[in-house]
Ligand binder design. Structure first.
Ligand SMILES: C[S@@+](CC[C@H](N)C(=O)[O-])C[C@H]1O[C@@H](n2cnc3c(N)ncnc32)[C@H](O)[C@@H]1O
Length: 244
């Protein structure tokens, strides 16, 4: 997808994002509120506020960065959404005056940065915005290449009387990249929702964090802080900036 940019995912999906992905894990709000320790919080890829809004309802001061004006417009239209400051920018390269006790990026969104250089730059940008001792939390899947046969996979996600939803994906092992289309077929036509990711194993994330001056403090299997292990399909990783 040569015309795929930082905005593409959000601009294409904004209208239906909340109907597909409204659910969130209440434990994510507990964990993030606790890690914030009463300080300011920054969400990278804040989107329509699925996590940021309930976090704000807990009394946490939260702001965001997102590349998609359409996603941010959906956030602003919700109760409390307009009160959350959002910077329209790619989250690998932004500059804010504030320093944060917690930054986080949920729902595999870190992988939206499509090169290792961009992912390292994101870690470095986040580290610059953390107060001493501040934390950066990444929620992401553990790559599972067994999903692919001959570098491709097609998956049916839902079948209804008037609709079929499926995913078509191509794997590029050299670039650690998965290029997908979420396809919605109805009698009225076809809608395509593109998404491209550069996946990374937890160990590569740890190295990138180290380059940026962040150290792994916790790795959980989920927001409930279950131990991460060989069967884990996702992780919640907490990195910390040094106190000095
Ligand atoms: C999967 S959604 C997650 C939204 C929200 N965090 C949530 O958990 O529901 C990913 C969000 O990241 C944004 N995004 C993707 N790539 C980005 C980039 N390079 N810079 C800034 N935002 C980006 C999209 O516009 C979208 O709002």
């Amino acid at each position: 997808m040569h015309d795929y940019t930082a905005e593409t995912y959000g601009e294409r999906i904004a209208d239906i994002y909340d109907s597909w992905y409204a659910a969130y894990d209440e434990r994510s709000i507990d964990a993030l509120a606790e890690l914030a320790q009463g300080g300011r919080v920054l969400e990278l890829g804040i989107g329509t506020g699925r996590i940021a809004l309930p976090l704000r309802s807990r009394g946490v001061t939260v702001q965001g960065v997102d590349a998609s004006a359409a996603m941010v417009a959906k956030l602003r239209a919700k109760p409390g959404g307009a009160a959350i400051p959002v910077t329209l920018s790619s989250f690998d390269d932004f500059a804010l005056d504030e320093r944060f006790s917690l930054a986080f990026i949920a729902f595999n969104t870190f992988f939206a940065l499509l090169t290792q250089a961009q992912q390292i730059r994101c870690m470095e940008t986040v580290a610059r915005h953390l107060a001493p001792g501040g934390r950066f939390v990444i929620e992401a899947f553990v790559p599972d290449l067994t999903r692919f046969v001959s570098g491709q996979t097609m998956r049916v996600i839902g079948v209804d009387t008037g609709e079929v939803r499926s995913d078509a994906s191509l794997l590029d092992l050299a670039q650690q990249r998965v290029t997908s289309q979420h396809i919605v077929l109805t009698e009225g036509g076809v809608r395509l929702y593109p998404v491209t990711l550069r996946y990374a194993w937890p160990s590569e994330l740890d190295l990138m964090a180290r380059i940026a001056g962040l150290r792994l403090e916790h790795r959980w299997a989920d927001w409930g802080q279950e131990a991460f292990g060989r069967e884990s399909t996702k992780h919640v990783s907490v990195y910390q900036r040094a106190l000095l």
